[in-house]
Write a protein that binds this ligand. Structure first.
Ligand SMILES: [Zn+2]
Length: 248
């Protein structure tokens, strides 16, 4: 049959002596896996086309209902070279990819597979283009939460609905008003406005959001913290990312 699909390689795991299994996020089929025969052999044609954190086109025989296939051929579409060469960027990419992997169901069970694939591709494009990694992360996390159905409330107090805010709470999932915020340390108007714009615009409107605010690493921290709390996923890559950037 020879079906073709393009996708982003999320991870690679060893499988038998010279083989690997790669997990790929695709707009068409969702999250699927391929067994790659001989990928660990230097002579393998496919070895260089199945690197994690790259985008490639895969040739295989699709069968409905299955989520693992034998790879026939792969061809790299986007290598994202900088993400493989610079430690901080590769650490940022692994945070985004870790979140995408953990928040996507296998195969066509995920109704938002097309959006999730586009979102990840755009975020990796921006990182590879040298955009501010914290800002890309903040926009990505905000939009992923929307897609996952746990979007941040940035229009009114998440507790009482009053249209005012003095703090953004990752635990509560959005803004809190003066009364509901209790003793929490107040945030500035500018910090609150920035979060509102990031959440409303996401990665999809990255350029417009970036033009309207001055980025701060705080946004990535608050929104990633919220995503982890509200989706229940583990995101070990983020701890490493913060250490590398000396935030923690
Ligand atoms: Zn309130």
């Amino acid at each position: 049959m020879n079906d073709r699909v393009s996708g982003i390689i999320l991870k690679e795991t060893d499988y038998r002596e010279h083989d690997v299994i790669i997990t790929v996020l695709t707009a068409e089929y969702g999250k699927i896996s391929f067994t790659v025969n001989g990928a660990r052999k230097m002579s393998s044609r496919n070895a260089s086309s199945v690197l994690p954190y790259t985008m490639a086109e895969f040739e295989f025989d699709y069968k409905p209902g299955k989520t693992i296939f034998r790879l026939k051929r792969a061809r790299t579409l986007k290598l994202y070279r900088r993400l493989h060469e610079e430690l901080q960027l590769s650490s940022a990419a692994s945070v985004l990819i870790g979140a995408a992997d953990a928040l996507t169901l296998s195969g066509d069970e995920d109704d938002a597979r097309e959006e999730k694939t586009q979102l990840l591709e755009k975020a990796l494009d921006l990182l590879a283009d040298g955009e501010d990694a914290d800002f890309v992360m903040a926009c990505y996390m905000a939009e992923m939460m929307e897609l996952f159905g746990v979007g941040a409330e940035v229009d009114a107090c998440v507790h009482c609905g009053r249209p005012e805010a003095v703090v953004f709470s990752p635990e509560e999932g959005g803004f809190l008003c003066h009364e509901c915020a209790g003793n929490a340390e107040r945030m500035t108007k500018e910090e609150l406005m920035r979060l509102r714009r990031i959440v409303r615009g996401g990665i999809t409107h990255y350029k417009e959001v970036k033009e309207s605010v001055v980025p701060s690493p705080q946004d990535a921290w608050l929104l990633t913290d919220m995503l982890v709390r509200h989706t229940g996923i583990r995101l070990a890559a983020y701890t490493l990312y913060r250490k590398l950037n000396r935030y923690a």
